[in-house]
Design a binder for this molecule. Structure first.
Ligand SMILES: [Zn+2]
Length: 432
């Protein structure tokens, strides 16, 4: 059961400043009302949203978010990569900003919570500070990254990794990413202006729904994310011998599909039996020539492995490759792996940040669990230039990228209150 979070922030008497005694926490009703309001933009018939980056619905949603940011005292601009950034100056002008936020674009047929909770939650934090006249030492920057679902476009732009090749990619909206960035107010010809270097951001924190079922099923309030898992992909080809399916006896076949099937089961067994949370998946398979009356002479299938540790991914792959060697020999069907260049390395969150988030949850009487993120997030890009942390809140039944995505108002507010407390702790030097 989620516990209602009441945040006690006590600014004790110091030589440096005034005394504040504050008791405040995020407002669940306000957050939920804003989630519903945002959900009007790109609303689909199933009750979710299709708010594809760069679409009309995205533009409308961005306008709504911009308005909210302005209402809570933030100076809003769009950087050249198309990210919306709302900034409030701190009391010490030489400090780098503490940044927090997420994204509001969705997948086609998506839900109302993926990304949105992080942006609405970040605005909630800015509002709580604004309403109580609390001026942080660091500037704060609330960010809504552009086109997260299309490949972390905005955060890649922010770390200087948005190349010409990516800009030419056609996005789901029917526009290239280059056209899309220009449409939302960015400038694809001046992307260098969006780049933040190490040291430019003091810390980045992303509040997000878990998109898995662990927190919901175990009744835990807050997930303290250890990192975003790394991903490697391979094409696996199995060579058999195509022959007549009617006239070739069963003991005279080199059936690539049968070997591929056995290998698929072995991949599942290996990932299952090792201790840890690694995952391995065969998500795509194609037989050639691909006819009911021909023994498959060749099979091409995919292999994806994810884990928080580079070495673990390699270890799982080594075991799979060894098993493939055995199957290839036993069935006389050579098996080859060729890696596809989409690998994204694991992005661990900052260890100190994990402790701050966990302590914030604990102080609020909220239960928490350390966990990896199996999905990609903008935080993984920002991790290359700043210490990052991620706060997960429960997704009911673990459903995501679906209109049935749901997180309760109280869980959203718990997450935002933990975010607020984390921001204040970092502002007071918790990472130093
Ligand atoms: Zn997301």
């Amino acid at each position: 059961m989620p516990v209602c979070a009441k945040l006690m922030v006590l600014f004790v008497i110091t030589a440096y400043g005034p005394i504040y005694a504050q008791d405040f926490s995020a407002d669940p009703d306000r957050m939920e009302a804003r989630i519903h309001a945002l959900g009007e933009f790109g609303k689909n018939t199933e009750g979710g949203v299709s708010r594809l980056a760069f679409s009309d619905a995205d533009l409308a949603g961005r306008e709504y978010i911009t308005g909210l940011m302005q209402q809570v005292g933030l100076q809003v601009r769009v950087d050249t990569a198309g990210n919306i950034i709302g900034r409030r100056e701190g009391s010490e002008s030489d400090l780098a900003p503490i940044m927090f936020g997420s994204h509001i674009d969705s997948v086609p047929g998506g839900g109302n919570y993926d990304g949105d909770v992080g942006v609405i939650g970040a605005i909630e934090v800015a509002q709580l500070l604004y309403e109580r006249d609390i001026v942080t030492k660091h500037p704060i920057e609330v960010v809504s990254f552009t086109d997260e679902e299309g490949g972390l476009t905005g955060s890649r732009g922010m770390i200087g990794k948005l190349g010409e090749g990516t800009l030419a990619v056609m996005s789901h909206s029917g526009m290239t990413i280059r056209e899309g960035i220009a449409r939302v107010g960015g400038n694809p010809d001046r992307l260098e202006l969006a780049i933040r270097k190490p040291g430019d951001i003091a810390a980045f924190i992303e509040l997000h729904i878990e998109q898995g079922a662990i927190l919901h099923e175990e009744g835990v309030n807050i997930g303290v994310v250890q990192g975003i898992v790394g991903i490697r992909w391979w094409d696996v080809s199995v060579e058999g011998f195509a022959n007549h399916a009617g006239t070739t006896p069963m003991d005279r076949r080199w059936d690539a599909m049968v070997s591929a099937a056995e290998l698929t089961l072995e991949i599942n067994r290996i990932a299952n039996e090792l201790p840890g949370r690694q995952v391995a998946t065969v998500g795509k398979i194609e037989a050639f020539p691909g006819a009911p009356n021909v023994i498959p002479g060749k099979v091409i299938m995919s292999l994806e492995i994810r884990d928080l540790e580079v070495d673990k991914i390699q270890h799982v792959f080594d075991l799979i490759q060894k098993e493939a060697g055995r199957i290839a020999a036993a069935r006389s069907t050579p098996i080859q792996f060729s890696e596809i260049d989409v690998a994204s390395p694991p992005a661990p969150t900052d260890e100190q940040m994990r402790r701050v988030i966990a302590a914030s949850a604990q102080d609020l009487g909220l239960s928490y669990a350390l966990m990896p993120s199996g999905a990609g997030h903008d935080a993984q890009d920002i991790a290359s230039i700043a210490p990052v942390g991620m706060i997960f809140v429960p997704s009911v039944d673990g459903i995501s990228h679906s209109p049935r995505e749901y997180t309760s108002a109280l869980d959203m507010a718990n997450g935002a209150t933990v975010l607020l407390k984390t921001v204040l702790a970092i502002d007071n030097g918790a990472l130093e």
